[in-house]
Design a protein around this ligand. Sequence first.
Ligand SMILES: [Zn+2]
Length: 248
Amino acid sequence: MIMSRGIEFNTSPNPMKTLAHKQSDAQPVSWAPVYQALREAIISHQIPPGTKLPEDELSSIYSVGRALIRPALQALAHDKLVRLEPNRGAFVAQPSKQEAREIFEARALIEPKVAALAAQVATPAAIKELRLHLEHEHSATQAHDDGAAIKLSAGFHMAIADIAAHSIFASYVYDLLSRSSLIVALYWKRRDATCESHAHHALVEAIANHKPDDAANLMRSHLVDLLSGLDLELVSKQDRTLSDMLRK
Ligand SMILES: [Zn+2]
């Protein structure tokens, strides 16, 4: 059994509530609300890739001490959503266009094969599980929970790799997906670009009906769609201050 190595997007329960009560002395002070608020701002494109994240500015925007900003930035760096540069500070991560293209090219090579394998060997229990996963994805999209939607979309592709039960392919898929999730989070230009649920639905049907060729073709075109749904030209806008962006 391969454990998920995707980006860990959701780590703290109801952190926005804690942030709202941050002025209260009775409330335990934590960096988690700042982490959560910044993470949402990055994933929702309130602050674009490449934006500088000065500690003092964040400290005044969120009305917390810099001691709480630093660990939040470090946690975001651990998620690869933020890049920390010695003597220069923190920036929203900005994977290059070439890196994005290469990751999707590699996925387009491996994942159709993996989907075909899954269609050959899927058990009724595995198919049931896959359908359940699809329902969770749908709920996250309906709830406009972008972070959860991206994570579940990646999880769907990992689940197919698990079903295919080819350990080498699976380890490549897991690695590519965690890097791919970051690119989707940073560069998606429309909500349905995570993974359109009808594409996933068609994939489940092909796997459930044990049609390896269909599954491979559906996966290939799904990955092409996914790449075309990203806006890799998205660049840092210099005309707005960080606090303008975060208070949007
Ligand atoms: Zn997908």
